[in-house]
Design a protein around this ligand. Structure first.
Ligand code: CA
Ligand code: CA
Ligand code: CA
Length: 333
């Protein structure tokens, strides 16, 4: 019998002939940490291998896998998403999307690998490096909810009476803190205290008596600044000096003005010129008809009747003020 000869033709393709090729080995991307989940980050495009037969190896599918810290090798758990599922790639379109939020304060850098394959056996690789840029997503945080400050007579000027401190986890201007004191509508500090906007040190420009509460604010320098505040409880052993200040020691009023015409106002002030909170003013007239009156709350002095210069040209009287100071009630004339 004649031998049956079967001619077999074998094409040997090395892996280069069937492995899809990315345009480069590595690509670097950068996104702000507040980029929305589902955002399209990148579209992978691998070219079919040169010798791939149309209809056989022309359909490329993509996959995504984590790389380890050093970027060497790949973990086996890969197909669905890289970096604990933070990123995903569409198997057929190559669209890479964000699946979980970025957070620069936790990870400023991510790395994963895209794969492309036409036969599910030979894979082309693309390393993707994602840099995470800062967004201003943290408020300044004070080291304490409130601070205690004690003022002495000598602690004036260049020596800070205390210091506050706030930190901000953001980067650059988003984390640079500026301090300022909040002005209270009802305070009469008259600018006694100031805070160094950069260091948070608090200074008293004048001896300040009495206890008070300041509000210190920390704001970051981001484009949309974020702020927080803390209380500063100030105690003082500076004795309060109280003195009378009269708008005009010599008040002049024209004769024949109707009753209840305003003559002037008396005030009681501290040494620094701020008003003493007076609870009651009282007018003391020695003898004669009572020609004047004082508003018990405002210290405003008014006439009680029509004055006649020919009858009496000068009047003299005293005003007493009752005020509370450090728990004591005092009366000054
Ligand atoms: Ca963040
Ligand atoms: Ca911030
Ligand atoms: Ca941030």
């Amino acid at each position: 019998m004649a031998p049956c000869v079967l001619q077999v033709h074998v094409d040997i393709l090395d892996s280069d002939d069937v492995t899809p090729v990315f345009p480069s080995d590595v690509i670097r991307l950068e996104f702000r940490e507040d980029v929305a989940v589902s955002t399209l980050l990148y579209v992978a495009r691998a070219a079919a291998a040169a010798h791939a037969t149309v209809g056989e190896h022309s359909t490329i599918s993509y996959g995504l896998s984590c790389e380890d810290e050093e970027g060497e090798g790949e973990t086996a758990a890969a197909a669905a998403g890289g970096d604990d599922g933070r990123f995903s790639v569409d198997r057929w379109t190559g669209e890479v999307r964000l699946r979980r939020p970025l957070d620069r304060e936790l990870a400023a850098f991510h790395r994963f690998s895209l794969t492309a394959s036409a036969d599910n056996r030979h894979f082309g690789h693309l390393s993707v490096l994602v840099g995470v840029l800062d967004a201003n997503d943290h408020d300044p945080v004070f080291s304490r909810p409130y601070y205690a400050c004690h003022v002495t007579s000598s602690a004036v000027g260049r020596v800070p009476v205390c210091a506050v401190e706030a930190t901000d986890l953001d980067e650059g201007e988003n984390g640079r803190i500026v301090y300022f004191l909040l002005a209270h509508d009802d305070d009469d500090d008259g600018g006694v205290f100031r805070v160094d906007p950069r260091t948070g040190a608090i200074y008293a420009d004048r001896p300040a008596s009495g206890n008070r509460t300041l509000t210190v604010v920390a704001t970051d320098a981001g484009a949309s600044p974020r702020t927080s505040s803390a209380l500063v409880l100030v105690t003082s052993d500076v004795p309060a000096n109280v003195s009378c200040a009269v708008d005009a020691l010599e008040m002049i009023v024209e004769e024949n003005r109707p009753a209840h015409s305003v003559v002037g106002t008396v005030r009681l002030v501290y040494d620094d010129g701020t008003n003493v909170p007076v609870t009651r003013y009282q007018l003391i007239q020695d003898g004669g008809p009572e020609s004047f009156d004082v508003d018990v709350e405002t210290g405003e002095i008014v006439t009680k009747l029509i004055l006649d210069r020919e009858q009496q040209a000068d009047y003299s009287f005293a005003v007493s003020a009752v005020y509370a100071l450090q728990g004591l009630s005092r009366s000054d004339q």
